[in-house]
Design a protein around this ligand. Structure first.
Ligand code: ADP
Length: 161
């Protein structure tokens, strides 16, 4: 049976840090579904459709990576896809507490779905969607932080016309 994993996140927008996790997961598992979720605690800069579109462009050369979106409980989505695990990335200690809590909660909700963590690549330890947005809105250089399509989309948001 094919081993499918789900990498859920806000991806507002996708960064090179996310892409590194996606590539590494795609080398290990048969199928990686990157799923954009609606986080009620965050007001996104990019709409769900825009985030999906940017992810599709950034992963178009990866044959076993699929982009989707969902609302509701991550665990329900994961089960609906018959995935064996949830993929998450860990940067600094600050990521740990929230991720730990979520992983335990998901285990409580569904015994048979694991959460698998990938340590960030050292180059992306400091990188987050929020940092990218902060730099981009003041016209800073984000070339090495995001794929080209994301750079263009950010310029359009912050400097239209
Ligand atoms: P969320 O709202 O779920 O935190 P994000 O899009 O911010 O969504 O992140 C999705 C996942 O990717 C999280 O597990 C996060 O820790 C991880 N992640 C984000 N940026 C990086 C990075 N630079 N390196 C490794 N993992 C990352």
């Amino acid at each position: 049976m094919k081993q499918t994993v789900v990498y859920p996140g806000s991806f507002d927008p996708v960064t090179n840090g996310h892409l590194d996790i996606i590539k590494r997961a795609a080398q290990i598992f048969d199928q990686v579904i990157v799923a954009v979720f609606k986080n009620p605690q965050k007001t996104p800069l990019f709409s769900m459709e825009e985030r999906v579109e940017l992810l599709k462009k950034a992963t178009e050369d990866m044959d076993n990576v699929f982009i989707d979106s969902f609302t509701g409980l991550t665990i329900d989505y994961v089960k609906s896809k018959k995935a064996i695990a949830i993929i998450r990335g860990l940067r600094a200690i600050s990521d740990f507490e929230g991720e730990f809590q979520m992983a335990l909660l998901n285990k409580e909700l569904s015994e048979d779905v694991e959460t698998i963590f990938f340590m960030t690549d050292i180059r992306y330890t400091y990188l987050s969607s929020s940092v990218v947005k902060e730099v981009a809105q003041f016209g800073g250089n984000i070339d090495h932080l995001v794929p080209e399509a994301v750079k263009k989309a950010l310029e359009k948001k912050y400097f239209p016309g």
